[in-house]
Write a protein that binds this ligand. Structure first.
Ligand SMILES: Nc1ncnc2c1ncn2[C@@H]1O[C@H](COP(=O)(O)OP(=O)(O)OP(=O)(O)O)[C@@H](O)[C@H]1O
Ligand SMILES: [Mg+2]
Length: 240
């Protein structure tokens, strides 16, 4: 059965967009038909991380307003045959896409794709309510600062209020020696601070940043420790 997975965060810049892109690449490499949707309206970036910025004609707003069809706004990735992408609108106008639009869109997309991965906005705001409207699962990406974890917990509770029962936490940009030395909270402490289960920990690694700046998510290369880690986290998300 198809799943709609929302990637969210309390604070900005935690790595949602890069994480969404990599999970999309991994699932598509497994043979699933995957659609990545950028729902960071007005602040889109997923196109850059996927190297698809020059291919955008229509976006999700055009689909919701009826200007174009779903297939017209769907871009197929030439490097990953089963991976498809729908862009966010470059500017944001309040109320242009409603939660109802999103619910209807997700229902239609579920008949066409195995996994729909939504790159959401940071924080708790109307944009999150819209991005979450059709989601079955929520992943909250955080870094291991106390303030980021507190905000992640708030997002977790907010997603629960919105009716998303399956939620999990990904700790990104982890620096293990800081965690080990107790300078930043470790796994046990984070577990005590947030109710959502921890789905995985991703190390701070320059290669992740470099590959996304080249428009090629790092998971394109199988067999690396980063790939294996992202692959396991992807399993935990879809089997949750
Ligand atoms: N594990 C990591 N190691 C090193 N750099 C990372 C890692 N994850 C993400 N980054 C870098 O962090 C920055 C922010 O990443 P990204 O744009 O994915 O965050 P975001 O949560 O989507 O941000 P926003 O809230 O603005 O949408 C980028 O420069 C990215 O390359
Ligand atoms: Mg982003």
């Amino acid at each position: 059965m198809s799943q709609v997975i929302l990637i969210s965060s309390g604070k900005g810049g935690t790595g949602k967009t890069i994480f969404a892109a990599n999970v999309g690449v991994i699932l598509s490499q497994r043979g699933f038909n995957v659609l990545l949707i950028d729902m960071d309206l007005g602040l889109r970036n997923l196109d850059l991380v996927l190297g698809l910025e020059s291919k955008i004609v229509y976006d999700v707003r055009d689909v919701c307003s009826g200007l174009c069809s779903i297939s017209q706004a769907t871009i197929s990735h030439k490097n990953f045959p089963n991976l498809h992408f729908m862009a966010a609108s470059p500017v944001r106008e309040d109320g242009e896409i409603t939660p109802l639009h999103m619910q209807v869109l997700c229902r239609k997309l579920k008949s066409q794709f195995d996994y729909i991965i939504i790159d959401g906005p940071a924080g708790i705001n109307d944009g999150l309510i819209v991005a979450a409207a059709g989601a079955d699962k929520g992943v909250i990406v955080t870094i291991h600062d106390y303030s980021a974890i507190r905000d992640a917990d708030k997002v977790d509770r907010f997603l629960e209020e919105l009716g998303i029962r399956k939620r999990g936490l990904v700790i990104n940009k982890a620096v293990y020696n800081l965690m080990g030395n107790g300078i930043v909270p470790g796994i046990r402490q984070i577990n005590g601070l947030i109710r959502a289960p921890i789905l995985g920990v991703i190390q701070q690694d320059d290669n992740i940043q470099i590959s996304s700046n080249y428009g090629l998510p790092i998971a394109y290369k199988k067999g690396t420790y980063i790939y294996e880690n992202l692959n396991s986290i992807t399993d935990r998300i879809i089997l949750q």
